[in-house]
Design a protein around this ligand. Structure first.
Ligand SMILES: [Zn+2]
Length: 87
């Protein structure tokens, strides 16, 4: 039975998700990864087979479908958080 490792929610659904991984110091994205996603908090979990196939894919046994440069943000430039909603 499903039990979320983050929120202990017990309801899930099967989805295809994106993963961003760091491989040899560079980020790569894998799309269409089958995952079991927590319905409450959205945390994805992956089967051992999916994890292993993803590892093989990004370590040279797969083909890059396309290159998608990621915008990079520095957290230090984030706006200040104001707890009161601005209405
Ligand atoms: Zn959860």
């Amino acid at each position: 039975m499903f039990r979320c490792i983050v929120c202990h929610g017990e309801r899930s659904r099967e989805e295809e998700v994106e993963m961003v991984l760091k491989v040899n110091g560079r980020h790569v994205k894998v799309e269409g990864v089958p995952a079991t996603v927590c319905r409450r908090c959205g945390e994805p979990s992956f089967s051992a087979e999916t994890t292993e196939r993803t590892r093989l894919l990004v370590h040279g046994q797969g083909r890059v479908a396309r290159t998608d440069p990621l915008p990079v943000y520095e957290f230090a430039s984030a706006p200040a958080f104001s707890p009161a909603p601005s209405l």
